[in-house]
Design a binder for this molecule. Structure first.
Ligand code: AMP
Length: 286
């Protein structure tokens, strides 16, 4: 496995690649979720490049950019063990240069003023910017993203379609701890007592999923809002010290409201456990 730090090195690797190139963009502090993306790429593509870059433009002023975990040495070992061919480890300067960019991306509010976009207004613009820069640098045939960040996956799919990026996006299912807690680089911020209660978020999501499916089976009208309120009440009780950012059931397709569950639906939630913001989502179906 080769570590690449300069854009010219990535371009050379792309040029030398005689088969399909898979790209796995990450911010490092790698865990089994990231490794699942890498393994998917290795299985599907001739060569795989993992990027590790904590992207400053997707963090708001009071978010955790400075304290975001950085564990490069361990990450490199994990990438190699998962079968990656290259790891791209750029600095801020390599990606963004030293001058303020003239052109940035602005993602329409329709997709980004809801769910995570509501409390993180600049986040998806920063994500679109870094992902499009990485696509332009590596020119992959396929890029792999986790369903864990479902809104991000939706934004990226639409961006690729809108801007005609010549590549395929593959979404990879969320990898969880045995407790059900979605693996996340931010889980390492959780104290022992927070770790003990955080999996209850996923338990509540499953209870709501079962209720929604039962209503549907019996052809009963269901108020999405009452299911959401029920979930919030359960989370407040089962996850002491938590603050719910949102718990919403929305359409899987376009993340629009779906009051009667008639569309293909998904539960989306973001919960602060102590000061750590955890997100998760779960497919409900139609
Ligand atoms: P991050 O390093 O948090 O920016 O994540 C890099 C990629 O890994 C994104 O496409 C995430 O959606 C994906 N990812 C993060 N956690 C998980 C998980 N638990 N399961 C599957 N994919 C994940």
């Amino acid at each position: 496995m080769k570590v690449l730090r300069e854009i010219s090195e990535v371009r050379e690797a792309r040029k030398q690649c005689r088969s399909t190139l898979g790209l796995v963009p990450t911010m490092g502090a790698l865990h089994e979720g990231h490794l699942s993306l890498i393994r998917n790429s290795v299985a599907k593509c001739g060569e795989t490049i993992v990027s590790i870059f904590v992207n400053p433009t997707q963090f708001g002023p009071n978010e955790d950019y400075e304290k975001y975990p950085r564990t490069v040495e361990e990450d490199l070992k994990k990438c190699e063990a998962a079968g990656a061919d290259y790891v791209f480890l750029p600095t801020n300067e390599v990606i963004y240069g030293t001058e303020k960019p003239l052109v940035t991306l602005n993602v329409d509010k329709e997709l980004t003023s809801v769910l995570c976009g509501k409390s993180r207004p600049i986040h998806f613009n920063g994500v679109a910017q870094i992902v499009s820069i990485l696509f332009n640098i590596a020119q992959p045939d396929i890029a792999f993203f986790g369903e864990k960040d479902y809104q991000q996956l939706t934004v990226i799919r639409k961006m690729v379609s809108d801007l005609h990026f010549p590549l395929e996006i593959v979404g990879v299912p969320t990898v969880r701890e045995a407790s059900g807690l979605a693996k996340s680089s931010r889980n390492r911020y959780l104290s022992e007592s927070e770790l003990a209660v955080a999996p209850n978020i996923y338990k509540v999501m499953n209870i709501i999923k079962e209720k929604a499916e039962a209503y549907r089976k019996e052809n009963k009208t269901v108020s999405v809002e009452s299911l959401e309120n029920e979930a919030k009440k359960m989370i407040s009780e089962l996850v002491p010290g938590s603050k719910i950012d949102y718990f919403e059931i929305r359409s899987t397709k376009d993340l629009g409201r779906n009051e009667d569950l008639s569309d293909d639906s998904r539960i989306f939630t973001a919960v602060y456990v102590g000061t750590t913001r955890l997100i998760d989502n779960l497919y409900i179906g139609k």
